[in-house]
Design a protein around this ligand. Structure first.
Ligand code: DTR
Ligand code: ZN
Ligand code: ZN
Length: 459
């Protein structure tokens, strides 16, 4: 959006978080050594040999808000090292493109950098395609990566850029195989009037444009005094987001101030169905909105909009977390419930149900693996089926035969959704495959409980 001028405002007071201390990182696959918990063993599982055992993961995985914030910290460092901004035509913008591209290339995306010129300066769009899926049906998520010249642009729009980046990287971590083709875009020169996204849409042949089933735009998703606004340009896409927030009991409003004010506009003008999320800019939060969303009435959603104080301190973590999870929900939902990369080889499964005590000791479920030669793979698939009324209470670990623990899922104060039914991918190449593996689950917060229904290892 054209750069607006106005007073530089002090950084707003940060919203206090709930008192509970929680681990907010998501499904890490790095190994962390924990002490063994003393818990009763359960009945021996049945070993099952199977061919491809694709686990259809209809539910999107939790997006690690810690990982999203790590990207924001990188963008902040880039701005700090490049004159304080990441604006079009400045070194900080190209450095931002290089950072995002490097992450995606390493994760297996097919990336393209598209150049354009505006204001006498070279601009860049970054497009990343996840290999596979029906190329005639594209689900497209985009965010502008440029800031205004006055500041680092961490909420506007590092937040959207980091949110879709972490969703893309989670697609790769999960080995997600969607029915439709996934594409992600990071746009240049949005602040000059959506120049980068206009350039992309204009150069796209009509036949390619027609293949885009949905373009989802995320421009400001972590505002410090946040609102939860859903674009209402397309009823189907609006419904996907509203369903997500309803399940988390978060009220939403339709986004009304942004028509034409961000990168969804060129796609909509070209006849593409568009949707998206917005947490608010320089408009003032009303008392009614503060009643349902918390925060401060009478103050802007983002007092540092287009200002030098739009730094990494200018983010509400809860809004960033909820909106990043909403992006993943939309991507998984709209791309058809494809499974993860179908694991081939031998599977070992336990169907012994194990009760998970509320705020209690960790419980374990063992699987004894035999007949697999050598070490476990670097992409060991762990399919987990846990019934629970508040999955944010749960910490889930895989314990290898050596006793080494691999963190699959941390607890999260903000993940109020039910159940953990997903496939984790773990680098367990340091473990000998044969031996007793254990899934360790602990409920670390009061008021909700559940049970492990089953879990499966595929080598
Ligand atoms: N155009 C965005 C900020 C913005 C203002 N209103 C809306 C509504 C919907 C999306 C974005 C916005 C910018 O300054 O980058
Ligand atoms: Zn802006
Ligand atoms: Zn923006």
């Amino acid at each position: 959006m054209p750069e607006l001028t106005g007073p530089t405002l002090p950084t707003p007071p940060r919203r206090t978080r709930t008192a509970a201390t929680w681990l907010a990182t998501g499904a890490a696959v790095t190994a962390a050594l924990f002490g063994a918990a003393s818990v009763p063993a359960t009945a021996a599982p049945t070993a099952a040999t199977a061919g491809p055992a694709a686990a259809r993961s209809a539910a999107a995985p939790d997006i690690s808000v810690a990982d999203v914030k790590a990207h924001l910290n990188q963008l902040q460092s880039i701005a700090t090292a490049n004159g304080g901004n990441r604006a079009h035509g400045r070194s900080g913008y190209k450095a931002s493109i290089d950072y995002v591209k490097g992450k995606l290339d390493a994760a297996g995306f097919t990336t393209t950098v598209q150049q354009f010129t505006t204001g006498g300066q070279t601009g860049y769009n970054l497009i990343a395609d996840w290999p596979g899926g029906d190329a005639n049906h594209v689900v497209f998520a985009g965010s502008h990566l440029d800031s205004v010249t006055r500041g680092p642009g961490i909420n506007d729009n590092g937040s959207g850029s980091a949110g879709i980046l972490e969703v893309a990287l989670t697609v790769a971590k999960q080995g997600y195989k969607p029915d439709k083709h996934l594409r992600f875009g990071w746009w240049g020169a949005e602040e000059l009037g959506m120049i980068g996204s206009q350039n992309y849409v204009r150069q796209l042949p009509a036949a390619e444009r027609a293949k885009i089933d949905a373009y989802l735009n995320f421009d400001m998703i972590g505002s410090p005094n946040p609102g939860y606004f859903v674009y209402d340009d397309d009823a189907r896409l609006e419904g996907v987001f509203k369903d997500f927030f309803a399940a988390r009991k978060i009220a939403t409003e339709i986004e009304t101030e942004g028509d034409g004010r961000s990168d969804h506009a060129p796609f909509k003008d070209a006849g593409v169905a568009v949707g998206g999320l917005f947490s608010g800019a320089d408009y003032t939060k009303t008392a009614a909105q503060a009643q349902k969303w918390g925060g401060t009435a009478g103050q802007p959603f983002d007092r540092c909009y287009h200002s030098s104080c739009d730094t990494s301190a200018n983010i509400d973590d809860t809004a960033l977390d909820n909106n990043s999870d909403a992006i993943a929900h939309a991507i998984w939902t709209l791309s058809g419930g494809g499974g993860t990369t179908p694991p081939s080889g031998t599977s070992f499964e336990s169907k012994s149900q194990v009760a998970i005590p509320d705020a209690g000791a960790a419980v374990e479920s063992p699987i004894t693996v035999t007949g697999v030669s050598g070490n476990a793979p670097s992409a060991l698939k762990v399919v987990v089926d846990i019934r629970h009324s508040y999955r944010g209470d749960l910490v889930v670990d895989l314990v290898g035969p050596s006793g080494k623990t691999y963190r699959l899922k941390d607890s999260s104060a903000n993940d109020s959704a039910a159940d953990v039914k997903t496939t984790f991918t773990v680098d367990a190449s340091g473990e000998v495959a044969n031996g007793t593996w254990k899934l360790r689950v602990q409920d670390v917060a009061a008021q909700d409980s559940g049970a492990l229904n089953s879990w499966k290892l595929t080598f």
